[in-house]
Design a protein around this ligand. Structure first.
Ligand code: COA
Ligand code: MG
Length: 285
């Protein structure tokens, strides 16, 4: 499967029931939106949220933002009806929560028909243990870490370094990278704590995530910054490519830049960094 080359620095959850937020999102600097029918919507509002969301999608106006709809799990009373209601809707992917294995992805694929891409929340112990098989499903195009549910199931405690979640996050990333799937990190709950958000975004970026899921528009700027290549990274990438091209002229396979070796594999990373920077610049924001 070809990896999705669009930027996913910021992926904002919006409750499918909140008309004002659905409208506001049309002008927010977010790379993707998760329109939520699951945990952000109370049980008595499930049906009306479905209708409100369908109307917002039909009205459109979300421009370049990737439109992902999170439905309820198929094991709940609402999941199947959500999937049915979304047939033919203007969206880019359906996100399935509580995915335990590839059979859950298949069950959704059977309901949606042949075309709609599927994303999976990895947020249960089984989901983490089966991450590779889930990522290998031909319809699967993205992973979202569900860190709150995972912490709940693990019985772990919240720590700024997220040590209790590291193995799960890295297992998820290994699976995503093995199968060319987008991987987005979990939310940072304290949405007014900018320093804490920045630290967690930096950690997610260091691990290899494409971006972070967010719960409030005030978090967008920090995620967009942290998951974009820095000026220093862009400058280094350019110099690495130039230095490698130069040594190749004399038949050598290794260059040196800033005291570090540059081989073919570093040039691949540098090329990806520049492509990402160009894709972000092309957004014109
Ligand atoms: N997406 C789009 N707009 C949002 C938003 C979101 N996730 N969260 C808040 N806004 C908007 C509000 O509608 C408000 O707009 P207005 O000024 O035009 O009225 C503005 O941003 C400021 O909102 P604020 O008053 O600071 O927040 P709040 O107290 O109304 O809501 C939350 C706080 C956390 C309840 C709300 O941000 C939210 O529901 N987030 C999403 C939660 C979610 O989806 N959870 C599931 C996944 S973990
Ligand atoms: Mg969850």
């Amino acid at each position: 499967m070809t990896p999705d080359s669009r930027p996913y620095r910021s992926v904002l959850y919006i409750p499918g029931s909140k008309e004002r937020a659905l409208d506001k999102a049309r002008s927010l600097a977010t790379d993707a939106i998760i329109f939520d029918l699951e945990d952000a919507v109370s049980p008595d509002a499930k049906q009306s949220a479905r209708d409100t969301l369908k109307a917002a999608l039909a009205e459109g106006g979300y421009g370049r933002r990737v439109k992902i709809v999170r439905i309820n799990a198929l094991s709940t009373g609402w999941g199947r009806a959500d999937a049915e209601a979304l047939k033919g809707a203007e969206l880019d992917a359906v996100l399935l929560p509580k995915v335990d294995g590839p059979e859950d992805v298949q069950a959704l694929a059977d309901l949606l028909g042949p075309d709609t891409p599927i994303w999976a929340m990895i947020e249960t112990p089984l989901g983490v243990l089966n991450a590779a098989a889930i990522a290998a499903h031909p319809r699967l195009q993205g992973f979202v870490a569900g860190t709150n549910d995972l912490a709940k199931d693990l019985g772990s405690r919240t720590r700024p370094d997220r040590l209790p979640l590291q193995m799960a996050l890295q297992t998820m990333l290994l699976a995503a990278r093995a199968h060319g799937v987008v991987a987005v990190d979990g939310v940072y709950n304290q949405f007014k704590d900018e320093a804490g958000l920045r630290a967690e975004c930096d950690q997610g970026r260091d691990l290899g995530f494409d971006g972070k899921t967010l719960i409030h528009p005030a978090q967008l700027k920090i995620a967009n910054e942290c998951f974009a290549p820095t000026e220093a990274e862009i400058d280094l990438a350019r110099r690495q490519i130039a230095a490698f091209e130069e040594v190749q002229k004399s038949g050598q396979g290794v260059a040196v830049v800033d005291g570090n070796i540059v081989e073919n594999l570093h040039v691949e990373t540098a090329t990806k960094t520049l492509a990402k920077a160009e894709a972000i610049a092309a957004l014109g924001e």
